[in-house]
Design a protein around this ligand. Structure first.
Ligand code: T6T
Length: 353
């Protein structure tokens, strides 16, 4: 198990937020003018992301790659696609076609996988929408001789994939709880707004958060509510939960739409600022919520790097070169105190390339 950057994941949020509350007295060696440096951490159990194929090229060959997003129109996957297209261009003669379902739903994504398989690209880079339901069409693509790279989400049975590239989502959930502890030091009730069961990433984040919260006697974990990956439902479940459990002091929102919706729900409950929100991802609307004080901390992933690494892995596999079975990418934890730092600014997701 290896972490390659200086701040261990589970301590990253705590270190950062201490920096925030103790304005400008962070022990970090790189405190920014804003009062704290962005904290970064990398996944354990995985090699460090670093575009391991430095100097690689398509070597005169032409490769057709397809990226199947978890859902279209999500800044996380938009940013990942930008990384893929930039890397494909850098390597030479490779193209990346991008497709995604209108909702994060295997019944909508599976037909896309099947039609892409029928068009037989050299490789598919995919964020599977469900740990089990996505396996059959992906296995068919593999059986057809297409190289498959799993990006972000994964499968219960990932056998046959060239590489799995993602954040360490369990550690990210624990980081979120560490941030909650800093924001609500007296403890209290906490709950999670999650997408839907069966999405590997957000399930792991929830489990990481629940385990960390369960181990702290000052906090009581009241459970998880699902929003089907929509901000509108996230707002509704947040409002309902706050009415049911007025003792809630903080919410962990496991992804972009959950965080946006949780912030809205808190606003609708008239509890802005009183109930803290730690959210995953760093899409521009989440940054606005941070600036407006409806969200207090964001755990930004590295989708652009996941994208560049995925292309490197796909091309290496196509060239018969060694590949890396698991690659972990880093988090940047953003608060208002470090928002203006170069690291935080670089971590904000793109809405177009
Ligand atoms: O959080 C990301 C991604 O990691 C997750 O698998 C699904 O939601 C996002 O795309 C953000 O909306």
């Amino acid at each position: 198990m290896k972490r390659s950057l200086s701040v261990p994941a589970a301590g990253a949020a705590a270190a950062l937020l201490l920096g925030v509350t103790a304005a400008c007295s962070s022990s970090s060696s790189s405190t920014s003018a804003a009062g704290a440096s962005a904290a970064a951490s990398t996944s354990p159990g995985a090699s460090t992301s670093a575009s391991s194929t430095g100097g690689a090229s398509t070597g005169g060959k032409s490769y057709n790659l397809t990226f199947i997003q978890g859902v279209a129109g999500d800044g996380f996957y938009v940013t990942m696609g930008c990384g893929m297209q930039a890397e494909a261009k850098k390597l030479g003669d490779a193209t990346v076609n991008i497709q995604g379902p209108s909702q994060f739903d295997a019944t909508l994504q599976n037909p896309i996988i099947e039609s892409v398989t029928a068009s037989h690209p050299d490789a598919i880079m995919i964020a599977p929408d469900d740990v089990s339901a996505s396996r059959p069409p992906i296995a068919q693509a593999m059986a057809a001789g297409i190289k498959v790279v799993l990006v972000d989400t994964t499968l219960t049975d990932p056998a046959g994939a060239v590489s799995q590239i993602s954040s360490d989502n369990t550690a990210g959930g624990a980081d979120a709880f560490a941030a909650v502890k800093q924001l609500a030091p007296n403890g209290g009730q906490v709950f999670v707004v999650n997408t839907k069961p069966g999405i590997s990433t957000t399930d792991e984040r929830t489990a990481g958060f629940a385990a960390a919260a369960g181990a702290d006697s000052k906090f009581s974990y009241v459970g998880v509510q699902y929003d089907q990956d929509t901000a509108s439902l996230a707002a509704q479940v947040t409002l309902a939960e706050l009415q049911k459990d007025p003792g809630i002091v903080a919410i962990f929102a496991t992804n972009l739409f959950s965080a946006e919706g949780a912030a809205t729900g808190i606003r609708q409950a008239g509890m802005s600022g009183k109930v803290k929100v730690v959210g995953f991802d760093a899409e521009p609307d989440e940054i606005t919520a941070l600036q407006q004080g409806t969200v207090q901390a964001l755990i930004a992933q590295s989708p652009y790097v996941i994208g560049t690494d995925a292309v490197d892995q796909a091309v290496a596999a196509l060239q018969g070169k060694p590949t890396t079975p698991k690659i972990g990418t880093k988090f940047t934890i953003i608060t208002t105190a470090n928002l203006n730092s170069a690291a935080s600014q670089a971590a904000i997701y793109k809405t177009s390339c």
